[in-house]
Design a protein around this ligand. Structure first.
Ligand SMILES: Cc1cc2nc3c(=O)[nH]c(=O)nc-3n(C[C@H](O)[C@H](O)[C@H](O)COP(=O)(O)OP(=O)(O)OC[C@H]3O[C@@H](n4cnc5c(N)ncnc54)[C@H](O)[C@@H]3O)c2cc1C
Length: 334
């Protein structure tokens, strides 16, 4: 075993040798998730593979399928809370590579690793309109489509015309927008074992590209004022579901009304700047964050009758991903 945890890892020297044959310059062993993840939380990842092409993803999946090896896919970790036990299964990460963007008239074709703020800027520079709401969303296009992420009550799904993914056996799957089942912060990819490799988006011609740029700058500046920027965090912890929003207002206000703004547990703190953010003020563990998530959820329900649902996802040491408020509590104790 290569991992330095005491727990059973599936990552052997033979496995690493095989992975290096498929992705010669993209295999990284024993990476600290606390160092590479957005929240700066998590133990060691035994092996992270950063493929450079869809074909490499296809070969990896084929290999994992044939050898019955569980694995997990991540983007730039902007929506992920990793276990302090790390990752004992191989992890495929998109974002460092596979980030090509091509714009032809109104059609934008981008690889899943494309950095979303860069994509939004390219769309504006091509004199198109419609990507402004994603200009401040830090993550990859694959992660954005998986989450149907966006801002200003919008989701990327409405601009998608086609998504190409790779299934667990290494086969390509192509879906049009309707088949992606986009809903509020949700897509079909959350219940399919597929890795998104390429996305085709459609944007309208802009009447004025400079007005689009102005709108993007105004979105970025209001985000700068509202959100904690320098302290590690994972964006909004709870979903601002439209139906709950109309009854109770945004999650940040609910949490503030509960008097929990600034409340801390271990190294994790409910942000003073925006109560729907949990910041890692110093050496937070995943159990610190989970404690705060559970506390908010219980108080919102018992005091206001409001059911908050986590947007942030938890990744356990076996690579299983679930909403961070749906973890089997006994399993999550470290
Ligand atoms: C400061 C801050 C502000 C944020 N603001 C917003 C916002 O305004 N709106 C918003 O929607 N989100 C926001 N987020 C959350 C986050 O940026 C988005 O959810 C983003 O789309 C996640 O992309 P990622 O590449 O980091 O994915 P990750 O966090 O790495 O992964 C998220 C999920 O997507 C899956 N996934 C990733 N890539 C693929 C792929 N290629 N194929 C299949 N599945 C994949 C992963 O398995 C995981 O379940 C914010 C986060 C931060 C830190």
């Amino acid at each position: 075993m290569t991992g330095s945890h005491n727990m059973q890892s599936v990552v052997t020297k033979a496995l690493i040798y095989d992975l290096k044959k498929i992705v010669p310059s993209g295999v990284f062993v024993n990476l600290s998730l606390a160092k590479i993840s957005r929240w700066n939380i998590g133990g060691l990842a035994d092996v992270i593979v950063r493929p450079q092409s869809p074909e490499q993803i296809r070969k990896l999946r084929e290999y994992f399928y044939k050898n019955n090896i569980a694995h997990v896919v991540i983007g730039m970790t902007s929506n992920l809370l990793f276990s302090d036990k790390g990752l004992l299964v191989p992890c495929i990460q998109l974002g460092y590579e596979m980030n090509k963007i091509n714009i032809d008239s109104n059609i934008v074709t981008a690889q899943a690793g494309a950095w979303v703020p860069k994509l939004a800027r390219e769309v504006q520079k091509a004199k198109l309109v419609g990507a402004e709401h994603i200009c401040g969303v830090p993550g990859t296009l694959g992660g954005l489509v998986y989450m149907n992420g966006g801002s200003q009550r919008k989701g990327i799904g409405s601009s998608v015309s086609k998504v190409v993914s790779i299934d667990s056996k290494g086969g390509y799957v192509t879906r049009n927008r309707v088949d992606c089942l986009f809903a509020y912060r949700s897509s079909i990819y959350q219940c399919r074992d597929e890795i998104i490799s390429e996305v085709v988006l459609n944007f309208e011609d802009a009447d004025s590209s400079s007005l689009v740029r102005k709108e993007m700058l105004s979105i970025l500046s209001s985000r700068k004022k509202k959100f904690p920027r320098k302290i590690p965090n994972c964006g909004s912890v709870f979903k601002s579901d439209p139906s709950a929003y109309s009854l109770y207002g945004p999650p940040g206000k609910i949490i503030e009304d509960l008097g929990l703004k600034g409340y801390a547990r271990g190294g994790a703190k409910i942000s003073e700047e925006h109560a729907n953010f949990i910041t890692n003020i110093e050496g937070a563990t995943s159990s610190d964050v989970i404690f705060l998530i559970e506390l908010i959820k219980e108080r919102a329900f018992s005091e206001l009758g409001c059911q908050l649902n986590a947007e942030v996802k938890y990744v356990d040491e076996h690579g299983c991903i679930c909403a961070a408020d749906q973890i089997d509590k006994n399993k999550a104790k470290f």
